[in-house]
Every structure is written in structure tokens, then in C-alpha cells.
Design a protein. Sequence first.
Length: 255
Amino acid sequence: MSTEIEDAREFWNRVADDWQTQVGRDGDANRRLNSDPVLWSFAGDVQGLKVLDAGCGTGYLSIKLAERGALVTGIDFSERMIAIARATDPTTDFHVDSCSELSTIEDDAFDMVVANYVLMDTPDLEGTIVALHRVLKPGGVAVLVFSHPCFPAGRATVPGNRSGATYVWDFPYFQRQKCIDPPWAHFTSEFTWFHRPLSDYWKAFIAAGFAVIDFEEPRVTEDRYHLVETERALKKSQACPYSVAFKLQKAAKSA
Ligand SMILES: C[S@@+](CC[C@H](N)C(=O)[O-])C[C@H]1O[C@@H](n2cnc3c(N)ncnc32)[C@H](O)[C@@H]1O
């Protein structure tokens, strides 16, 4: 394992218990209000499908996929994340593996892979995309949700009395950069993540052999306004794109 991957793994081990507090059994507000509806719409009917939740964290999404009838495997390189996921749901296959290699998984094993807020956290984008492509069956689908690379939520200021948002960029957007953000919400640790411009993601998808079949910038829709706890949270959700969502497909085998 490279030092960068080892450092990232140690970081996620340190914050795993706080992460469980963040997402609980249903996902945090951003997931519930903004991105999960898009993820489910891209995933479609998962009944009977073999689904890999890559970078499953404490497993809230794996458990929801299993409740919808999917045959789920959840992997994460953080041992602590996997221990929490197993304790929450001993019936799902949760085990330690790195998205960069997926060395525990054979080629062409899954109908679908999901990676929910993982790609900006993996030190090795290209290796991860190649591995996700490898483990998909021909014609299989990848649903990838990750923090919006153009509008980093941790660097946004939303003014109280008018609409819009201001973003602070203290390095060039086009430069790949390891970022360290201050602790947020109940977390006590700084957060490490990896900025890459949006085009780098697109190029990695195409280079691995994926076709891009859908794309969305998830936001709260009117039918969910009543679920938002404060006016300010609603305004932020309407003004700031937190994430991007891609639906990709591995080519079917030609006859
Ligand atoms: C922001 S959390 C998201 C967790 C979960 N998908 C969710 O939505 O709650 C990112 C997760 O990706 C995992 N991760 C990051 N890079 C990884 C890699 N190369 N291999 C496996 N897991 C990785 C971290 O350990 C962490 O659990």
C-alpha cells in the first residue's frame, strides 16, 4: 500500500466513529435531501442484483440496498468502518479492501457498483476507476456520487440576507491538490480530501472504458422542502451544488 493510501486509511480509521454519528442509519441531511434521491433514480430496481458498495463506510447505503433486495458486498479500506458496519448488520458481506485494487473481488463479478462520496477521498482516482470497471459484468452500471469539484461545500459562504454563495479558492482550480479542511459539525479531526478538476474525472471514466449515460447535480426538490429543518439549510441546499452524480456503463460483450 502506498504511503498516501496508508495515510488516508489511518485518517478514516480515526474518524470512523464520528462518521457513524454523521450518517447514522439513514444518511445525513445532504444525502437524504439532495443526493440519495438521484442515486436511487440512477440505480433503478436493484432487486436480485449483485451490488458492490465501494467505500461503504459504516454501511448505511449497503443496508438500504439490501432492504431493496440487492445482494450486497460492502468494502472499505478502513478496518474501523467495516467493524461498525458489521456490528450494525451482521448479515451483509462487509469486508476490508482498497478501491484502488479490489484484490478480494474477481473480474466481472457485479451487476452494479456504487461509490457514494468516495472518489474525492481516494488518493488514487485512476486506479479506483479501473478497478470498479474490472469488477463489473459487461453491460453493468456504476453509480458514482462525489463532492462537487467545482463548488467545495467546505469553502462556501452563504449570506444570510440574500441568495447566492461565495467560494474561496486559495489554489488554482486546474491543479490537483491534497486538501486539508478544518473540523466541521461534531468532528474533532481535520478532513483530508483530494481535489481534481471535473475533466480529470470524466477522462478517467472514459480511459477505463466506461460510457457516461447520465449526469446530475443533485439538489433538494420541491417535494422535499418540508423535510429541511431550517430556512437557512433550505436556502443553502437551493444555492449550493454539494455533489455530482454520474451513471456509467461498462460495454456489453460483443457477439
Ligand atoms: C465520505 S466517506 C463515505 C462513506 C459512505 N460511502 C457513505 O456515504 O456514508 C468516504 C469513505 O471512503 C473510504 N475510502 C476512501 N478511499 C478508499 C479506498 N481507496 N479504498 C477503500 N475505501 C476508501 C473511506 O474509508 C470512507 O469510509
